[in-house]
Ligand binder design. Structure first.
Ligand code: G3P
Ligand code: CA
Length: 241
């Protein structure tokens, strides 16, 4: 079962920062998940929240800042003083150092009109950085995935689900394009749903598992991977399990 650092190793470092991504890599993660969205000047930045109030010393919506302005905020010290001065990363900055042999899961955060634009901008960056092979693009917004798949037919895409809904089988059949993996909420994970998704020949990645007991249960259920804020702990838990 693959272990993905969720927003990097966000249990130990400020989420979605370069430090967090680097730490997830250092902790031996098989993959790293990050969230991306657009700034006012349509730069792709790595950030989960729509507003920066809880993840920086600044205030306001990501989409109201130009890149040069949002870069002035400190995205580290809210978490721990040791990370003071940490800047919001662009996707490009992550792609510059991210190893080619580790899976990068980019979650497209979509709001309103930005739907196609986010997909287009991410596609441009993946092509520019030649970062297609070990990348999975996921989203709760399945139509954005259609957009990126049209732009890069060989890209791996993943449906994200928050709720435990019964339409997964139908969604897969109706989509009309190849989906690589289905990312389900840990609350919804059970042997049956994982088997059903496997019957469609899709991987099942489960978000999030932050405790050892849940991780072991998901392993027993034959999940293909988990997202976790604590990659090293989950790696250790599965060692010799
Ligand atoms: O990719 C799975 C998970 O990250 C989705 O939830 O809110 O942490 O982006 P969230
Ligand atoms: Ca995410």
């Amino acid at each position: 079962m693959k272990i993905f650092g969720h927003r990097g190793a966000s249990g130990y470092a400020p989420q979605n920062t370069i430090s967090s991504v680097r730490l997830a890599l250092d902790q031996g993660s098989d993959g790293v998940e990050i969230d991306v969205q657009l700034t006012k000047d349509n730069e792709v930045v790595v950030c989960h929240d729509w507003i920066i109030d809880n993840v920086s010393d600044g205030k306001g919506k990501v989409s109201d800042f130009a890149l040069v302005e949002i870069k002035k905020n400190d995205f580290g010290s809210y978490f721990l003083e040791d990370f003071k001065g940490e800047k919001i990363p662009t996707l490009s900055e992550v792609l510059e150092f991210f190893p080619k042999d580790i899976i990068l899961n980019i979650e497209l955060k979509i709001k309103g009109k930005s739907r196609d634009l986010v997909a287009e901008k991410v596609a441009d960056l993946l092509l520019f950085h030649e970062r297609i092979e070990n990348t999975i693009v996921s989203s709760f917004n399945h139509s954005s995935l259609k957009k990126i798949k049209k732009l890069i037919p060989e890209i791996k895409i993943a449906f994200l689900y928050k709720r435990c809904i019964s339409t997964i089988n139908k969604d897969i059949s109706d989509f009309g394009m190849d989906i690589y993996s289905i990312h389900i909420n840990a609350k919804c994970a059970n042997k049956e749903i994982i088997k059903e998704i496997h019957n469609h020949n899709k991987k099942v990645y489960v978000w999030n598992s932050n405790d050892i007991e849940t991780t072991k249960k998901l392993y027993d259920m034959e999940a293909d991977g988990i997202m976790t804020d604590f990659p090293i702990d989950m790696k250790n838990a599965l060692w010799k399990y």
